[in-house]
Every structure is written in structure tokens, then in C-alpha cells.
Design a protein around this ligand. Structure first.
Ligand code: MRU
Length: 362
């Protein structure tokens, strides 16, 4: 059975509580936007695409139960406010902001249509959210296949298998299914061309060790867990063919925000002459920001660094800086940015997105 972070059917939304993995697999019902916000903030669900989908689908569930109104204006305002609230749960990824804008626009447009009723507005928003779930899965499969093909041409032109180092959590647990960077690894494995994936432990809550490693084992993909601080040594000694990571926001010049530690991986990859790829759907791209300096980087509570499973391990009194993400400058993304539309050099991304209506703008 495929691993699912999100289980949705009309009127019902469940998420796999990722704070409990890998020890326990428990699904929790999400019945409201407020609850989705809390679950996102607490990291019961995480990963930019999964966060956006859970946000939208929680609104769909509320609307299905008749929330909003009475009256079209009140209903549209309810939708807009619920979405604005969801955007505040976590600031770095662009995905929730993008879908919020799309759903709010859909509600407003439907309400202006002659003959619109509360039912048609609710139906329009629910249908849009459901379409987003399906599109994410389609996009991930394209990212996986296009990325695998490109990576093999670049890193193993003469044939043979590749070893891929990945960082962060980008599989089915972080998306609607299949995954982005992990989708590339999945496709390489399916093609019989993956020697091994190396996954880093990452934070918060040892994301890579708990979630990415869990998914790799679940999928029976040959994989080895390494400490984040072992990545440069692995590049020097373990025959890493390419690095593939996800992204929470890719801006106009190709700079990319991703799980903290990505930047140092890109520097190490450049030093070793190893291609460095970012795999992300176009919905993670934000042409409204020009460079990575404009991206708001979420800072998480110090306790996530000082404590392990609720037990303090850090020296009492130590000050903590705990950014959840960092920015990788575009010139370090030497392999390319893998999207569902193709693989682009960072400097080609803007034009590629602009050529596709509405993809790059918020
Ligand atoms: O803090 P998280 O778990 O939400 O961080 C998510 C990531 O690790 C990103 O790499 C991810 O959003 C990329 S998109 C699949």
C-alpha cells in the first residue's frame, strides 16, 4: 500500500501524525481550518506541498459542512479570511500562499457569476481544492521521471547506477504522493539505475532520520542514513553521483529556500564537482521575489534543538538559533531545477515560468 500523508474524500480529511512516526502510524481527523493550522504549526503534517493541501482541504471540509455565509459576500469573506489565517501557520514555503490566492479568487469569481448561490460558491472552492490534490500527484510523477532522466544523462552518461545524496523530507509524506526529490530517487530505483540513496538526519525533530528514512525503508529503496555533518565526507568517500533536494520557495533568480543545511551541501557539492539539483513543482516557485534575500526564513523554538523526545540534552542556559530553512544561491544549483515542466538552469527558470500562464505569479 502506498504511504499516504493525507487521506481525503469529500467531507473527510485525515492526516498521518508525523510527530509519532516511525514508532506509530496514526491518522488524525482534521475537521476545521483552525485544527489544520495547529497541526501544521506543530509539524504533525509538514513539507510545503502537504501543508498547502491540508490547509485547502480543511477549508473544503468546513465548506462541505455548510460553513460560511449567510449570503454570498459573507461566504467569500469567510473563505478569504480562513485562507489568510492558514498562510500564517508557516512563513517560508510559498505553496500555501499560492493556493490561498487561487481559492480566494475562485470563490470571488464564482460569487460574481450570474445565478451564483452559496452552494455553487462552496462547490467551486471544494472542487478547486480537490483538483490541487490531483495535480500535485501528477506533477510529482513528472518531476520524478524528468529528474531521473536528466540526472542519468548528466551523472552516468555511459550507463550504470548512481548514488544520490538527499536532504530534507520530500517524499509521499511531504506531498500528495510520490514526492519531489524523493520522487526522483523513486524513479531512478524503478528504472533499476539507483545504487543507493544517502539521506541526512535533518531537523527539526530529526526529520530525515525519522521520516525520509522511514519512507525509503517502506519503499525498499537501498538507502543509508548519515549525519548532516557527514555529507562532505560522503561526497569525498562514498561515490556520490548527484545531490537532489526539495524546495520550499524558488525565487525569480533561481535562489532557493529549503531545509536548513541545504546551503552547506550545495557548497560541498560544488567543491567536489558533483551536480546539485533542486526538485520542486512550479507551485513552489515565486516570481514576486527577485532574490533569496527577500525570503522570510522561519525560526523554530529553541526547544526543538535542545530537547530530544521531550528530554533536554543541551547544556542548561545555552542560547539557541534555530532557523528551519536556509537559502541556496542559484550559482550553486549546478545540476538544475527539476520541475514538472522540465529541468531548467536557475537563470532559465523565470522565462520558463512566464511562458506558462499564471504559474510564476502569486
Ligand atoms: O520543516 P518541514 O518538514 O516542513 O520542511 C520541509 C522540507 O524538508 C522541504 O524540503 C520540503 O518542503 C520540500 S517540498 C517536498
Amino acid at each position: 500500500m502506498a504511504l499516504e500523508a493525507i487521506r481525503y474524500s469529500r467531507g473527510s480529511l485525515q492526516i498521518l501524525d508525523q510527530l509519532l512516526l516511525p514508532q506509530r502510524s496514526c491518522y488524525e481527523a482534521v475537521g476545521s481550518v483552525r485544527q489544520a493550522w495547529e497541526d501544521i504549526r506543530a509539524m504533525k503534517v509538514r513539507g510545503a506541498p502537504a501543508i498547502a493541501l491540508v490547509g485547502c482541504l480543511s477549508l473544503a471540509v468546513e465548506l462541505q459542512a455548510g460553513a460560511g455565509g449567510p449570503g454570498l459576500d459573507a461566504l467569500v469573506a469567510f473563505v478569504r479570511e480562513a485562507l489568510s489565517f492558514l498562510v500564517t501557520a508557516r512563513p517560508t514555503a510559498v505553496n500555501m500562499a499560492r493556493v490561498a490566492r487561487q481559492l480566494a479568487d475562485a470563490a470571488a469569481r464564482e460569487a460574481e457569476r450570474e445565478g451564483a448561490t452559496e452552494e455553487t460558491v462552496r462547490e467551486r472552492v471544494i472542487r478547486c481544492a480537490e483538483d490541487m490534490l490531483e495535480k500535485d500527484l501528477r506533477d510529482n510523477r513528472s518531476i520524478g521521471d524528468l529528474g531521473a532522466q536528466h540526472l542519468l544523462e548528466k551523472a552516468a552518461p555511459g550507463g550504470g547506477k548512481v548514488t544520490v545524496l538527499t536532504h530534507c523530507n520530500t517524499g509521499a509524506l511531504a506531498t500528495s504522493g510520490y514526492g519531489t526529490a524523493l520522487g526522483v530517487i523513486r524513479s531512478l530505483h524503478r528504472l533499476g539505475r539507483l545504487e543507493r540513496a544517502l539521506c541526512t538526519e535533518t531537523r527539526p525533530y530529526n526529520q530525515g532520520a525519522r521520516l525520509t528514512a522511514f519512507e525509503l525503508v517502506y519503499e525498499q529503496i537501498p538507502a543509508t542514513l548519515i549525519a548532516d555533518s557527514a555529507a562532505a565526507a560522503a561526497m569525498a568517500q562514498r561515490g556520490v553521483s548527484a545531490v537532489v533536494v526539495g524546495a520550499d520557495r524558488v525565487v525569480a533568480n533561481g535562489d532557493t529556500a529549503n531545509k536548513v543545511g541545504t546551503y552547506q551541501l550545495a557548497i560541498a557539492a560544488k567543491h567536489h564537482g558533483i551536480p546539485f539539483y533542486v526538485a520542486a513543482p512550479s507551485s513552489s516557485c515565486d516570481l514576486c521575489l527577485e532574490t533569496g534575500r527577500e525570503i522570510v526564513i522561519e525560526e523554530r523554538p529553541g526547544q526543538e534543538l535542545t530537547d530530544v523526545s521531550g528530554v533536554r540534552v543541551a547544556a542548561p542556559g545555552i542560547e539557541v538559533w534555530n532557523p528551519a530553512f536556509d537559502v541556496t544561491p542559484h550559482d550553486l544549483i549546478t545540476g538544475g531545477i527539476i520541475t514538472e515542466m522540465g529541468v531548467f538552469a536557475p537563470e532559465e527558470l523565470r522565462a520558463a515560468l512566464n511562458a506558462t500562464a499564471s504559474v510564476g505569479t502569486l
